[in-house]
Design a protein around this ligand. Structure first.
Ligand SMILES: Nc1ncnc2c1ncn2[C@@H]1O[C@H](COP(=O)(O)OS(=O)(=O)O)[C@@H](OP(=O)(O)O)[C@H]1O
Ligand SMILES: Nc1ncnc2c1ncn2[C@@H]1O[C@H](COP(=O)(O)OP(=O)(O)O)[C@@H](O)[C@H]1O
Length: 218
């Protein structure tokens, strides 16, 4: 069994199958990169049903941070399934592996000093909690886009709910596959008096949190 030290090494040692691997520490660390960027690396993890507005929030937030000269990067579930995760479908096992991989990538981005915005349905609480456990010092910020299924289904921009209702897609989240809402999220975005906040209001809610917690300064 190889010995490991340093950030993230414990998880690799616990989960890995390879022997004789060693953690190599580099002289420039997370704190140095954060000072350079004048921000703190973190993961903003947006979870919610298909059509709840995850990608819209991710992009609006990314643009807002960019306009404030903060370095952010969006990891969108749909997009990653075109590359890194193209071998995965939507079984419970594949979704778990999808979230695990994105959690690991998000952790690297945060370690690089970036504000990493991950937007995935991520329907299982345990998988999201595993990602949270990868990140240090409260730097995993879970954002629950709590839109009712009826709202998401009425939007249906890709026509997927229609196909799911017609039985042409099996195992569609919210229809015949589960979604487990967070119990301990940092931010919840929901309807106020029957209407959804605008994209910029949703992003504003997240920016206020990041400001308040000091992520937008070094
Ligand atoms: N069966 C099933 N269930 C849910 N979603 C489905 C399914 N099949 C395809 N799609 C499309 O895949 C997008 C979700 O990908 P994710 O990687 O975010 O899903 S997951 O986190 O692994 O559950 C999702 O994108 P969003 O609508 O942006 O959420 C859908 O476009
Ligand atoms: N805050 C909002 N108010 C009104 N419509 C929205 C809002 N956010 C997203 N939408 C619309 O809802 C649909 C689904 O949004 P999207 O961001 O693609 O959701 P998801 O990524 O969760 O599937 C899109 O047509 C989008 O324009």
């Amino acid at each position: 069994m190889g010995s490991t030290t340093g950030a993230g090494a414990g998880a690799a040692a616990a989960a890995g199958t390879a022997n004789n691997i060693f953690w190599h520490e580099c002289p420039v660390g997370r704190a140095d990169r954060q000072r350079l960027l004048k921000q703190k690396g973190c993961v903003v993890w947006i979870t919610g049903l298909s059509g709840s507005g995850k990608s819209t929030l991710a992009c609006t937030l990314g643009r807002e941070l960019h306009s404030r000269r903060k370095l952010a990067y969006v990891l969108d579930g749909d997009n990653l399934r075109h590359g890194l995760n193209k071998d995965l479908a939507f079984s419970a096992q594949d979704r778990t592996e999808n979230i695990r991989r994105v959690g690991e990538v998000a952790k690297l981005f945060a370690d690089a000093g970036l504000i990493c915005i991950a937007s995935l349905i991520s329907p299982y609480r345990r998988d999201r909690d595993s990602c949270r456990a990868l990140l240090p010092d409260a730097s995993f910020i879970e954002v629950f886009l709590n839109m009712p299924l009826e709202v998401c289904e009425s939007r249906d921009p890709k026509g997927l709910y229609k196909l799911a209702r017609a039985g042409k897609i099996k195992g569609f989240t919210g229809i015949d596959d589960p979604y487990e809402p967070p119990l301990n999220c940092e931010i919840e975005i929901k309807q106020e008096e029957g209407s959804c906040p605008s994209p910029s209001a949703m992003a504003g809610q997240v920016v206020s949190y990041l400001e308040e917690k000091g992520f937008l300064e070094d």
